[in-house]
Design a protein around this ligand. Structure first.
Ligand SMILES: C[S@@+](CC[C@H](N)C(=O)[O-])C[C@H]1O[C@@H](n2cnc3c(N)ncnc32)[C@H](O)[C@@H]1O
Length: 298
């Protein structure tokens, strides 16, 4: 289907994928920090796919659609072309396929893409869900210059990217005239906090030097420690993200900051029972997630 059929139906070998990406300025092979991140994500994919937190079996069984706040943001997507950047296992991508969109998920982890393709098959959605393995900074080339009615990014994406401005250029290039960009991610204020205490530990703004995480854990429950390998993370201030999107030609429709998270990010959060975690009583309310909708004019 469409111009991604060849890429998704006839997957290149892993070595071909690597050589395909080697020429790009920011491809993992040219940036050892992104290469390290990709290796770490490859190791996390099977752990996440088997985890209770992702509950792959339950989500396939329940035919889970998009989150309520996402449906409120984007409405009816029937017949629309949607690309999901940094799609991981592809579960959020498949949710939009169930809602009627024709979807493409993109991620630089070959293991993630193989898993997402397999899950699309198990869900009976392979006819409208395709997956492409590429660095997000190479997405316009990997998607053959195609544009989409909806460009979608979900939680846990921006912190892996060294430059929010170069990412915004990619996003803007992928939004079709009259199309929309929807982002729901962790708030930069939350990324700046210490893991255990409500204190600021990291810089709020984008910096060249990344935060290096060499812990052996992950946000999804794992049966045991993961191999110790560094992961590189960058924060991006909210103003930096919004200004970059506007600079590259998108119009901001709205921006919402939320006092809840979609996973138990901090020990001082309590579960609401509807997929969100909120500050326990007496804890100050600060922004933990944000959502943003932008458009490209016709
Ligand atoms: C936290 S996961 C995304 C989770 C997803 N929102 C979900 O709910 O399942 C982050 C994903 O970003 C991908 N990623 C990180 N850096 C990337 C890059 N430079 N290009 C493409 N994908 C990248 C990782 O492989 C990983 O699958």
């Amino acid at each position: 289907m469409g111009m991604w059929s060849a890429a998704s139906q006839s997957q290149p070998s892993r070595s071909e994928k690597i050589s395909n990406m080697a020429g790009a300025e920011t491809s993992p092979l040219n940036d050892e920090r992104l290469a390290a991140n990709r290796a770490a994500w490859d190791a996390r994919v099977p752990v996440h796919a088997a985890s209770r937190s992702y509950d792959v079996e339950g989500r396939l069984r329940d035919k889970q659609g998009p989150h309520p706040w996402e449906l409120e943001a984007l409405g009816d997507v029937s017949g629309l072309r949607l690309v999901h950047l940094q799609c991981h296992l592809g579960l959020d991508t498949l949710a939009w396929a169930r809602a009627g969109a024709s979807v493409v998920g993109l991620d630089f982890s070959p293991t993630a893409i193989e898993t997402a393709q397999s899950l699309a098959g198990q869900a009976g959605l392979s006819d409208r869900a395709q997956f492409v393995c590429a660095d997000v900074y190479d997405a316009p080339a990997a998607l053959h210059g195609g544009t989409f009615d909806v460009v979608y990014v979900s939680t846990g994406a921006l912190c892996w990217l060294p430059s929010v401005d170069r990412w915004a250029a990619v996003v803007a290039a992928l939004v079709a005239p009259g199309g929309r960009f929807y982002l729901h991610d962790g708030h930069p204020m939350a990324w700046a906090l210490a893991d255990e205490r409500l204190t600021v530990e990291h810089t709020y703004f984008e910096e060249d030097d990344p935060f290096v995480d060499d812990s052996t854990g992950t946000y999804a429950d794992a049966p045991g420690p993961l191999p110790r390998q560094p992961m590189y993370e960058w924060n991006h201030g909210l103003g930096e993200t919004v200004t970059a999107l506007i600079r590259h030609g998108l119009q901001l429709v709205w921006l919402k900051e939320h006092d809840w998270a979609v996973w138990p990010r901090f020990p001082w959060l309590i579960h609401t029972g509807d997929g969100r975690w909120v500050p326990s009583p007496g804890t100050p309310r600060i922004p933990l997630q944000f959502e943003l909708l932008a458009t490209r004019s016709l």
